[in-house]
Write a protein that binds this ligand. Sequence first.
Ligand code: UDP
Length: 325
Amino acid sequence: MKVLVTGGAGFIGSVTARALEAGGHEAGIFDDFSTGHEWACRGRRVYRGDIRDRGALDRAFADMRPDAVLHFAGKIIVPESVTNPGLYYDVNVIGSLRLLEAMRTAGCRRIVFSSSAAVYGTPERTPIAEDAPQNPISPYGRTKKHFEEALEDARPADGLGYASLRYFNACGAAPEWGLGEVREPETHLLPIVMRAALAGKPFTVCGTDYATRDGTCVRDYVDVRDLADAHVRALERLKPGVGNSYNLGTERGTTVREVVAVAGRVLGRPVAFVEGPRRPGDPPELVASCSKAREELGWTPARSLEDSVRAVAEFVRSRGGLEAR
Ligand code: UDP
């Protein structure tokens, strides 16, 4: 299939674009390069544009004539969405609706959407299944929920085939492809831990008074190469008029302190940290139930958190640091 990958210059998008090609598909990248990188999409067709710009979208569709869209482009920082919700609604909702309109005009009826575990908010119970109540506690989570609903409304109206993939905590790297997570400012735990370890400077643990086994938040860390594999599987199973949502995680919860311990073990040096206040918008525990993805997509994540840390370490070595350049 010919696939237009919005946000394909970013972390998960660039790894998935490579996985698409490895699976015999063709990937074109649509990205505004606000946080993505040119080095992450070398060797493939690139359309530079903002998803809010209908003209730029129409030009990309007219040129590439894609059979499907993988929609990664969006704002992803939960605390930023709390302080600047307008930006999140503008990009994640209005931008995504423009993309949907451009698809409709171009007759493109297949889309895989990067959604998030943030649509669930603070879950009543874990692990979380796809039919759990959705009460997002951050503007970020609400924007993801809104676009999922827009897809569900477009499904019967436009004959749209869609899959909303609700990522838990994406991490890791694909050093074999020279790809990994590089952004400024970095807000994600594992790259922050890696930077702290490399610089020999402590990082701040955000909240140590949660009702969890060691007081820090529990998350389900899933490797980006496994996420990429899930996208290819979801894409290949899309059918016009059929929509689905899938949780993507490992079904295993890890606390912040445990992440620090794993990183220290893999890197062979302890990672220093200081204890700080809670971060706004953070639920105490998010762990996925992934039986739906296992049964319907035949997907099982193959990498452990240790594997992801090793991949990040190799990626860091190959590029001599994690700073953006
Ligand atoms: N976290 C932390 N210190 C940091 C960054 C993150 O303690 O410098 C914690 C954060 O509070 C959360 C977990 O690490 O409990 C994962 O955060 P991240 O931003 O990586 O992903 P999120 O869960 O927000 O999608």
